[in-house]
Design a protein around this ligand. Structure first.
Ligand code: ADP
Ligand code: MG
Length: 364
């Protein structure tokens, strides 16, 4: 293994099931030691990509390289990867220790050595104390950690994880997210993590591929995807967005094409914001929803669209906006993101008639 090769390289990877193209010409390189996520709605092809990498499915066309070696024709056990499934697939009749040592046993590792290595793997997920228990005597989160130890004990170069936290409740899920990240950092191996949960992907990943209908719609760091979504699909799937089609972009933003503004980039007040780049639009409050950590205020702008504004629950901010209140929604022009390749009007383009009309005397 050299640094010159990515951990995984997919070239033109395609998988058809009869009429269904589950994976459609995917090109992708994943670096050694990367925490990489494949994010997308149900049916977008994530699991199929994972199964192709693992060797459980044969590609219709295209190739798969692991650390520079073409493994497209190799059997699953000849590939230096291991998989953690959502349902853990632990053996109920075996102790935790024997479950973890299983992969070593089938590889012919002697008892003493395999128990030592299994204990070490259990220590990496902080479960040494549970070695003698049966899976049924563990909590969901502990079972998940056993599955992780069992997959890492054979020291694969890459670990494939298919929605591994899907069966856990929210609190445990958030706890396990932190642990997964720590385990990955400690082991230093490549993680390829499949999820349909955008928050989970943003929290964990070095980079994320957003899948849509068997294709990668956008590839980038969490911040790149969130701050600069390239399409309406990504803007809407990763976080929530206020989307403006061409007509509304022209009317409200003074721009050509489709655009997105994140709810937390907007504020609601009684006075327009001034200064360079400040933009304002008048509207009427439809609903103010108390969220604990913040307030979501839904406003119908006079210029047409309904926008959602997310405000932090900070000291001094009185959230008493109510249905029917007249307000000004403000944002900064830099927080407007062009999606689907929409062109941005030149700097000196005339500001929007609608917003000027709504806010007479106000300009950027
Ligand atoms: P995801 O994991 O993103 O939910 P999948 O990779 O499981 O998506 O599925 C992608 C598409 O391929 C879906 O339309 C699914 O119905 C189809 N598909 C997956 N596996 C099979 C199979 N073994 N036979 C037929 N169709 C399949
Ligand atoms: Mg799946």
């Amino acid at each position: 293994m050299t640094d010159a090769h990515p951990a995984i390289r997919l070239r033109g990877l395609t998988k058809e099931f009869g009429q269904v193209t589950a994976v459609d010409h995917v090109d992708l390189e994943i670096g050694a030691g990367e925490f990489f996520s494949m994010l997308g709605p149900s049916g977008s092809g994530k699991t199929t990509v994972l199964r192709l990498i693992a060797g459980f499915e044969q590609p219709t066309s295209g190739s798969i390289e692991l650390f520079g070696q073409d493994v497209s024709k190799k059997a699953p056990f000849d590939r230096d990867v291991n998989t953690v499934f959502q349902d853990y697939a632990l053996f109920p009749h075996m102790s935790v220790l024997d479950n973890v040592a299983y992969g070593l046993r089938v590889r012919g590792v002697g008892k003493k050595q395999r128990n030592e290595r299994a204990m070490k793997a259990l220590a990496s997920v902080r479960l040494e104390q549970m070695a003698g228990r049966k899976p049924s005597q563990l909590s969901g989160g502990q079972r998940q950690r056993v599955a992780l130890a069992r997959a890492t004990v054979v020291e694969p170069k890459a670990l494939l994880l298919d929605e591994p936290l899907g069966a856990l409740d929210l609190k445990l899920r958030e706890q396990m997210q932190v642990e997964l990240k720590q385990i990955q950092r400690d082991l230093g191996i490549t993680f390829i993590f499949v999820t349909h949960d955008q928050e989970e992907a943003l929290t964990l990943s070095d980079r994320i591929a957003v899948f849509n209908a068997g294709r990668i719609e956008q590839l980038g760091t969490p911040a790149e995807l969130y701050e600069r979504p390239v399409s309406r699909f990504v803007a809407d799937f990763v976080g929530t967005s206020n989307l403006f089609d061409a007509e509304l972009s022209a009317a409200v933003l003074g721009r050509d094409g489709h655009h997105s503004i994140r709810p937390e980039k907007m504020t609601v007040g009684t006075e327009p914001q001034l200064g360079p780049g400040a933009r304002n639009a008048a509207g009427t409050v439809v609903e103010a929803i108390y969220l604990g950590s913040g307030v979501r205020i839904v406003v119908d702008l006079d210029a047409g669209p309904r926008v959602s504004v997310l405000e932090q629950n900070v000291r001094g901010r009185v959230h008493d906006d109510a249905h029917g209140d007249r307000v000004v929604v403000s944002w900064h022009d830099d927080d407007v993101v062009a999606v689907d390749g929409a062109a941005i009007l030149p700097q000196n383009a005339t500001p929007t008639a609608a917003v000027s009309a709504a806010m007479p005397g106000i300009s950027g």
